[in-house]
Design a protein around this ligand. Structure first.
Ligand code: SAH
Length: 519
């Protein structure tokens, strides 16, 4: 079947793409339709055709899917933030679990039955809305020239006025309305990206969920804010606000924050802490791998909401000081579970030397340090390492040391020169996954266990294949829903070193060349 642009097609949605877009097939020809959900029968308009598939725009839902729910946000289709808000949360979790599963099979070349035997139920949220602790709202004007705050429409820089995002904290709305009121009353202009003129560009709001402390940073295209004191007096009244700052960004770029931050009132930073859970897996819980077999297709209820009962507060926590520019995970509720799982998989007894690669501000490193002999973190961003060192000392952690540099350079270098050793290696790379040189060195170091935390299950699957061909066995894989309502999913995996029949571990000369994978 050949389609051309602007054709109207009626199709049943039978699958979901990587970003949660609906996929329908007509005579083997696939149509990718954003906002169409699995189970819908829709009318769509063909927008762009390729050889075997086309992109189409949803025109009308003819028969709604039984998985459709009433979305909380009226702007969910226009806004670039949420892709699958209209899909029931249960089905979202199932989609994410299957996305990991499919990538392990298709890209990682693991057997289906094996994948089902190692996959544990995805960890969902009990309250999948209002989970974000950080938001950056663009400020602009509408067609009539009224000041607005909101979100960029998907793939554009058009601002949709909406101060009440369903993923953010309740205080966002109050703060943004006050910013707009201040601007109107003091005749302060909004920045216009096309002309490069106007003052206020963005408002960054961050909240420490554990402490309730809120930071407001206004990003401006100029040296200072008119009637600065009035602005401060208005914003500081919002319950929780403990830091108000201004960031100067005069560059004509997409980068939101300027390099310079000046505190107008309160503290330079806010505090937050992340609890460490004991992960208790056993009777009544569903985490033994056997209970997850056959989970694909329909998501086990116990494996979603119920799985949270495995996370038992250990009474320990790591505290952080966050500045407007610091990297910090945006979903603290799930971060606690994700890192506790990573810690659980690491199986530490207090005797181990652990390397935490791609460590950011040391969040995972500091979790690990409390249960290990020594932790070494490696991270490319210098400021993040400065934060990591400060966070270590704030928490009285003395057995964590940090290196600035690329994991693929620092690790091989130290291995060659100093013969560094690891009992456990934890990696949490960006979406592109681990560099081949890094994987190669990890294999040479032969740690007992590798814990791989990933935000992209496609590159994860590729890297797991290298590690498994290099002498490791995939033991456990588990999704964690860090970003409900979006197509993203985080994964944590445990690999352990294979031991050959003679009790020898894998030999170095047997380690395969990784190049073919990266091509
Ligand atoms: N584990 C941290 C950060 C994970 S995000 C946390 O959970 O908070 C991935 C991190 O990898 C980012 O901080 C990024 O700056 C860093 N990074 C990216 N490329 C890198 C490389 N080649 N070597 C080391 N770190 C890198």
């Amino acid at each position: 079947m050949e389609y051309k642009k602007n054709d109207i097609v009626t199709v049943e949605i039978t699958d979901m793409g990587h970003d949660g877009e609906g996929i329908g097939k007509v005579d083997g020809y696939a149509l990718f339709i954003k906002d169409a959900l699995i189970g819908d029968v829709v009318e769509a308009k063909v927008m762009k055709t390729m050889k075997n598939y086309a992109f189409a725009r949803l025109e009308k839902v003819l028969t709604p899917s039984s998985f459709r729910v009433e979305p909380k946000c009226a702007y969910h289709r226009q806004c670039g933030g949420c892709q699958i808000q209209a899909l029931s949360y249960q089905k979202q979790l199932e989609f994410k679990h299957n996305k990991i599963r499919n990538n392990l099979i298709r890209i990682g070349k693991f057997e289906e039955a094996f994948v089902d035997s190692v996959m544990e139920p995805i960890v969902g949220m009990e309250q999948p809305y209002h989970y974000r602790n950080k938001a950056q709202f663009p400020i602009g004007t509408d067609k009539e020239g009224n000041l607005i705050a909101g979100f960029y429409a998907g793939r554009t820089h058009t601002i949709i006025a909406n101060t009440d995002c369903a993923l953010g904290v309740a205080e966002n709305e109050q703060i943004l309305e006050l910013v707009l009121q201040y601007m109107r009353e003091n005749r302060v202009t909004a920045y216009n990206e096309e002309t490069g003129k106007g003052l206020v560009r963005h408002v960054l709001i961050r909240k420490g969920f554990a402490t309730g402390e809120i930071m407001v940073c206004i990003v401006i295209n100029g040296k200072s804010l008119p009637a600065e004191q009035t602005f401060v007096d208005m914003i500081k009244k919002v319950t929780g606000v403990s830091s108000i700052s201004v960031s100067v960004n005069k560059e004509r770029t997409n980068v939101i924050m300027g390099k310079e931050i000046r505190t107008l009132w309160g503290n330079d930073t806010i505090e937050d802490s992340i609890r460490i859970y004991d992960v208790v897996q056993g009777e009544g819980n569903v985490s033994d791998a056997s209970s997850t077999a056959g989970m694909h297709g329909t998501c086990d209820m116990r494996g979603t909401f119920g799985a949270n009962s495995e996370f038992v507060d250990s009474g320990r926590a790591v505290s952080f000081r966050i500045s407007p520019l610091s990297f910090y995970q945006v979903n603290p509720v799930q971060t606690e579970k994700l890192y506790s799982m990573a810690l659980h998989y690491a199986g530490l007894t207090g005797q181990e030397t652990v390397w935490d690669l791609y460590c950011g501000i040391g969040t995972i490193s500091l979790f690990l340090a409390q249960s290990a002999k020594q932790v070494y973190g490696v991270e490319i961003v210098e400021q993040a390492i400065r934060d990591a060192r400060q966070n270590a000392s704030r928490n009285n952690i003395t057995n964590a040391q940090f290196y600035v540099g690329k994991a693929e350079e620092v690790l091989p270098d130290l291995y060659e020169k100093e013969g560094i050793h690891a009992d456990v290696i934890v990696v949490d790379p960006p979406r592109k996954g681990c560099d081949e040189k890094c994987l190669e060195t990890m294999l040479k170091m032969q740690p007992e266990r590798i814990v791989y935390v990933s935000c992209d299950s496609a590159t994860l699957a590729r890297d797991l294949r290298v590690l498994c061909d290099g002498g490791y066995e995939l033991k456990r894989v588990r999704g964690c829903d860090m970003f409900p309502m979006t197509g993203h999913v985080e994964t944590v995996c445990l690999l352990s070193r294979k031991i050959d029949k003679k009790g020898f571990t894998y030999r170095e000369e047997e380690i395969p060349d990784c190049e073919c994978i990266y091509g």
